[in-house]
Design a protein around this ligand. Sequence first.
Ligand code: CP
Ligand code: NVA
Length: 332
Amino acid sequence: MKSLKGRSFLTLKDFTPEEIGYFLDLAAKLKEKKKKGIYDYDIPRKNIALIFEKTSTRTRCSFEVAAHDCGMQVTYLDPSGSQIGKKESIADTAKVLGRMYDGIEYRGFEQAKVEALAKYSGVPVWNGLTNEYHPTQVLADMLTIREKFGSLGGRKLTYMGDARYNMGNSLMIAASKLGMHFTACTAKEYFPNEELVRECTAYAEESGGSVTLTEDVKAGTAGADVIYTDVWVSMGEPAEVWEERIRALLPYQVTREVMENAGPQAIFMHCLPSFHDLETAIGREIHEKYGLAAMEVTDEVFLSPASVVFDEAENRMHTIKAVMVATLGGEG
Ligand code: CP
Ligand code: NVA
């Protein structure tokens, strides 16, 4: 396996199944060590920058806690706290930060921006979410599935909802590389783009997995080991799209019937945050306007024993730590 030291983590397309497996094994090892209070993977005197052009709870906290566990220092640049894009180009920003920091996390809009940061900074850059991909999330998801089922190859993962965006894309890439059976079960206009489907079908041919697109909820969820969904409107999208999303995606809401159709082995997954009740401002607004008490998943499923959403959230930290340790050369 090629060394991971010095490499950026921009999309799982850039990594072989063996390398993804290495990240997962390292994350499991670091998780075990943390539970035992062992911190022998110090990367002393390293500084990392966290750039967030969109908001975050899990990703920011995971990078910060993981960095502190490794003995690193962190600078957080919030959506309004830097010159990026407004007064300074990505290339210039990258060249400046690359002279001060050992690694840079970026969350924002176009994938091209995180690619440019990596190109011009000369240090490892980690994608903390773009419109196109969310690779650190999917690494945590794969670790969670492996913990629940003991293995990934041959498992069936069905994604319901907006499958053309960061989560649908990244899950399809990871699943197809790791020998899983990926199904996008959604309205046709929310199928992932054809070129990415072609690429992932080729990965699946190599790995023994498969990629299926279907509008049929019964067929698409039958026998699934994992039912996965995400918000119907992602960060940065205009509020006007809610109406269209609700119309198109409500038939793909994760309900008790969906979970029962999948079978007793099925787990429910969501990257979070989620609109499953009326405890959020947007949840209440949508309820007032459209009468929905939940959106992509019912509260019943979200709170059910099949739901592993908080395991996923915890695993964000362990997997992000593994990515930083591997690419900064702390281990491996
Ligand atoms: N899942 C995830 O990326 O959460 P945050 O938006 O809170 O970082
Ligand atoms: N698709 C969501 C994922 C949030 C973690 C978004 O981009 O807002």
